[in-house]
Ligand binder design. Structure first.
Ligand SMILES: Nc1ncnc2c1ncn2[C@@H]1O[C@H](COP(=O)(O)OP(=O)(O)O)[C@@H](O)[C@H]1O
Ligand SMILES: [Mg+2]
Length: 321
């Protein structure tokens, strides 16, 4: 499988009145063509900031301060804004934003809103663009007639699928979906996930699926990256992460998934909260919450170690000093 995107030691900081918030602090991973990468972690660990970094849409006072993002042999962080906007953003990398369905404009039909993006980027006529809109709606499981509906006439799940259709409008090889189902009820969540899964299979695109809920990506993800406090703590195939999790934080996340069958076990969640990223703990950022912490954990940052082929962990339990 060939690499579509490589993120190398990327750092994105917010320069706030309170200090520098190190939201993404040296994250690296590779994404293959046609693969679904799940990015999981509690709220506030830098998931959305990482997505905005890849889209080069980090809002002020945020800045990408380090690292490289390689696509098609090019460091896309080095391109001028104009080059990136013309060749990459929406065309090669698109995004479904967190809470996006509420960003639809209430005064235009949803079909028009998708068509407008297509006309703008590809210079098609309205008729040609609408033909594509009908196909896109069908693709995400919405009756094409709904193109003529206004946002308030659609359910939450439908609006979210409209946002997915919009992200697909220019047929990009990579779509980033940032918590695409968080605002939806469980049944609709499953429908939206199924749409994404089907699209990925049919269009052979790559998806970065961001979630705070690991259980949501169990079925769809090929690879999983677990983020904690701006750092990548574990990376592997979905199987490796679910069947053989190595980082205490990953184990905590997995143990927090309620089980329907088997022993009734007390929900084991990780005590405490993620740290303030303007003043993260020294050493391993997870050490204040970790029941396995050793002396070294509060002193030095753990290196990333490959514990089995393709399975990486940043934890002193696995590293030698
Ligand atoms: N616009 C901003 N200004 C200042 N800090 C921000 C901004 N956006 C995000 N942050 C901070 O960056 C950190 C990571 O946030 P975010 O990427 O939204 O996390 P997640 O998506 O995992 O919940 C948090 O500490 C958050 O407060
Ligand atoms: Mg977020």
């Amino acid at each position: 499988m060939s690499t579509l995107l490589e993120v190398r030691d990327v750092k994105t900081y917010f320069y706030t009145m309170k200090g520098v918030v190190k939201a993404v602090d040296g994250i690296s991973f590779k994404l293959n063509k046609g693969e679904v990468l799940g990015i999981a972690g509690e709220s506030g660990c830098g998931k959305s900031t990482l997505a905005y970094t890849i889209m080069r849409l980090v809002p002020p006072p945020g800045k990408i301060v380090g690292g490289e993002i390689i696509m098609e042999g090019k460091n896309i962080l080095k391109l001028s804004e104009e080059e990136f906007r013309k060749q990459y953003r929406w065309k090669k990398i698109s995004m479904v934003f967190q809470g996006a369905m509420n960003a639809l404009n209430p005064v235009y039909t949803v079909g028009f809103q998708i068509a407008e993006a297509i006309m703008y980027h590809e210079g098609l006529s309205k008729r040609e663009a609408m033909a594509r809109v009908y196909k896109l709606l069908q693709l995400v499981g919405i009756d094409p007639k709904r193109a003529h509906s206004y946002p308030h006439e659609l359910s939450g799940g439908m609006k979210q699928r409209v946002m997915i259709a919009m992200a697909l409008a220019l047929n990009p090889p990579l779509v980033i979906a940032d918590e695409p189902t968080t605002a939806l009820d469980v049944v609709v969540q499953a429908q939206v996930m199924n749409v994404l899964k089907k699209l990925q299979r049919e269009l052979k695109m790559s998806i970065i699926m961001i979630t705070h809920d690991l259980s949501l990506i169990a079925e769809i993800a090929d690879k999983i990256a677990v983020l904690y406090a701006g750092k990548l703590v574990e990376f592997g195939t979905a199987e490796q992460i679910f069947l053989n999790p190595q980082h205490p934080y990953t184990r905590g996340l997995i143990n927090s998934i309620p089980r329907l069958r088997g022993d009734i076990k007390k929900l084991e969640w990780i005590p405490g909260l993620p740290p303030d990223l303007s003043n993260p703990p020294p050493g391993c950022r997870f050490h204040p919450r970790c029941k396995y912490r050793m002396d070294i954990c509060s002193k030095e940052e753990p290196p990333v170690v490959e514990v089995e082929p393709g399975h990486y962990v940043a934890c002193w339990l696995h590293a030698k000093k």
